[in-house]
Design a protein around this ligand. Sequence first.
Ligand code: TXA
Ligand code: MG
Length: 331
Amino acid sequence: MTGRIDAPTSTAIACAVDHLRAGEVVAFPTETVYGLGADAANPAAVQRIFALKGRPADHPVIVHVGAGDEAMQWARSVPDGARRLAGAFWPGPLTLILPRAPGVPDVVTGGQDSVGLRVPSHPVARALLRAFDGGIAAPSANRFGRISPTTARHVADDLGDAVAQILDGGACAVGIESTIVAFAGEAPVLLRPGAIDVRDLSRTLGHALRESDAAAPRASGTLASHYAPRTPASLVAADHLRAEILQLGGRDEIVAVLAHTVAQPPDFAGVWLRGPADVAAYAHDLYANLRTLDAANADVMLIERVPDGEAWLAVRDRLVRATRGVDDDRD
Ligand code: TXA
Ligand code: MG
């Protein structure tokens, strides 16, 4: 079947619901990135996501639901802190990892005793969830290890022929994956930073949030070489960028650059993208920019380092992963 891109009309959403009920996989927009969705209560359908992505079977997927109280039905217990975060940030770019309720399929949890839950805010995701009236298991709609899609076109480029339908909700407003907080042990742990500032999470919880460590539940999005472009990429400080470009040019290498403060040198012959200096705008454009640079088939990709500090934490996290090269441990 050829995956087709549909404007999110009520007919298209009804069609997506039919696909989901039939155990098929559809791609849909969320405010973070596009998701590859299947009926979370149908193990064979969720299995299909893994086959499509080429993702190892023991990696858990997030269950998307329409409302907070519905999310809590997938959990065995809901700690106070989780309730507070849900109240403050749902619907929105936050995933909570909670002890799983009995009956949540193993294929959804990767066999773990926890389940990832999220109430997205994108109007098309919300309309789809409302019409489907159930949980939709959805990882990012990219092939395992590649850059997450932030437009319907990105999804079609990666998976086009393999998905029954792609609902087009425009470019994702946030542009990077949700913040993940796990409530599996005693204290909540930040498994993946996202658009929500960690200081706001801590303020809502009433205490500091622990950073992920080896003892925390596994989140494959936290593996070192996630989100990798194909072109070898490295992070370069602003004041070293010109020297680095000169050196590579001297070796006849074609260079692709993502800068956000440094201006393009007049004699530069490669591909130069100017990222926004504002963090939210930078995140919004990040994956599209990485895809554009990757498509240039340059020998090397250079990314200007972004600022230190909490506000840029999630962007830095994605850039560090994007510049660590390629191995098999990618989601
Ligand atoms: O913004 C997002 O979260 C997007 C959109 C589509 O909602 N989804 C997304 O899914 O990024 P995915 O599968 O690419 O990344 C979800 C991460 C994975 O690293 C997975 O291992 C982790 O969440 N995860 C899901 N359930 C988990 C669980 N029960 N315990 C630990 N980690 C879990
Ligand atoms: Mg992913």
